[in-house]
Design a protein around this ligand. Structure first.
Ligand code: ZN
Length: 292
């Protein structure tokens, strides 16, 4: 665990190598994102290093209900029965009853689920469902809620208009130090067209700083174009493989797309994520070919 200040009034808590959450110090203390359930204690230690107890938090805002963004939400809500958890209205029922998320995680990760952990339910009274255009006022800062489907249909981003700060969740992919931006396109909800629409909307806000959940802040204005490029590259490469070898499994596809996507060859340490992308994009292409 590591903490650092990324902006006046905003602290980053990095949990493990891949996840971060952010403490906004305003009249109300807010946390953005909550990592894997198994990382709840590490998160609480991170808060303690910043002089904050879970009970001091007014709210948790999660960009979506995936385990690396809302996993520890139930743990925090248990520590602090007054905590308000903000989440898009489509995702809200799954935080009240996380059984479907836990089940699908067990299916996806198998025995590795042990290191991820299981989500705890959150009492309905602690959930505040969000829709596009809502604002969350913390005092000095006011965060606009932008519904940004594509990565998942219940994905939101948060934008502070005066400070021009954008919390992007997974809508603009991952940006790890020392690596190029890469895509997160998991099953079952990845949608290429919606992703591009959401990217265009975020770009039109002209943020000064984009804060990635994976991992940290960036002032690079090219992240939008780079993310668009990645979506096109990945979908095209996988479409091509499936055209000639429709029965290829994800590992075979991974080998074959390495030719077209340099990142896959050059940064094999993220291959777990690439496999998830392949599953998501395959499913998207199938849905597109056979609309229900
Ligand atoms: Zn996600």
């Amino acid at each position: 665990m590591e903490t650092r200040n990324i902006y006046p009034g905003i602290e980053m808590i990095q949990v493990g190598d891949f996840h971060s959450c952010y403490l906004i110090r305003d009249e109300s203390l807010a946390l953005v994102e909550a990592p894997h359930p198994a990382e709840a204690q590490e998160l609480i230690q991170g808060l303690a290093a910043l002089g904050v107890r879970p009970q001091d938090l007014k709210c948790l805002i999660t960009t979506h209900i995936h385990l690396d963004h809302a996993g520890a939400a139930g743990h925090l809500a248990r520590e602090n029965p007054n905590l308000i958890v903000f989440v898009h209205e489509i995702g809200a029922p799954h935080l009240i009853n996380p059984e479907r998320i836990n089940q699908s995680a067990r299916r996806t990760y198998g025995p590795a689920i042990e290191v991820i952990g299981e989500m705890l339910p959150i009492p309905e009274a602690q959930i505040h469902p969000l829709t596009d255009g809502d604002t969350i006022s913390l005092g000095r800062t006011r965060w606009e809620v932008l519904h940004t489907p594509g990565h998942a249909r219940y994905h939101i981003c948060l934008f502070e208009e005066k400070e021009k700060i954008l919390f992007s969740g997974d809508a603009l992919g991952c940006l790890y130090p020392g690596a190029p931006l890469y895509l997160v396109a998991p099953a079952p909800e990845y949608d290429f067209e919606l992703s591009l629409k959401s990217i265009a909307r975020l770009e039109s806000l002209k943020p000064e700083m984009v804060v990635f959940t994976h991992l940290g802040p960036s002032r690079d204005k090219t992240v939008f174009e780079e993310c668009r490029k990645q979506h096109r590259l990945w979908v095209k490469a996988i479409e091509k493989v499936l055209k000639f070898t429709p029965d290829a499994d994800s590992l075979e596809i991974l080998k074959m797309i390495a030719e077209d996507i340099p990142l896959v060859k050059d940064f094999p340490q993220y291959s777990g994520s690439y496999i998830l992308n392949i599953g998501g994009i395959k499913r998207y292409l199938m849905k597109k070919a056979n609309p229900a």
